[in-house]
Design a protein around this ligand. Sequence first.
Ligand SMILES: [Zn+2]
Length: 184
Amino acid sequence: MEALQKQEEKTKKEAVWSGTMSSGGRLHLSLYFKNLSEEEIVRELAGGIASVSKKMLADGYIPQGARLMSSRDIAEKFGSSRQYWEKLLREGKLPYCQTAAGRITADLWVTGYLRNREEVDQYVKWQKIAVKRILESSPSKYATCPKCGETKLSASINRSEINGVCRAECGFEFTSAVPESESK
Ligand SMILES: [Zn+2]
């Protein structure tokens, strides 16, 4: 019996991997495989890399091949006026990076917005309400979630950023800059 257990232990398959990302976007993968065939290792690896890149995209990392654009570039490529796009950037409906040359976004955010305009508008509305409620409520208490209405919205605030998530698991979460008037 013991010998059989030892034998099982020897041939037990194990696959462990973990990925961490630096803020600069560098991915570090740690891998550990035991008793896996080459084919199984490749499959584990491919699955791992696919889920890490999915997570990176969800976290807002910009994929290779994305085109960086100013409001002028967007107007040229997608039509509408430069002012129209400037307004969307200002309202936070298109994520952007503030540079000396103005606000820069990426083409994928613009196409994403055009495809899901109503959803983005709704989300930005919820986010505004959430930020207000978080700032008004005491830090130790939950605020009311604008999406599901449950009093389960929690947030952490550092000097310049608010990260909020609804603990009722309605899927609402956000990261927002602390409004100018509130930041110290
Ligand atoms: Zn909720």
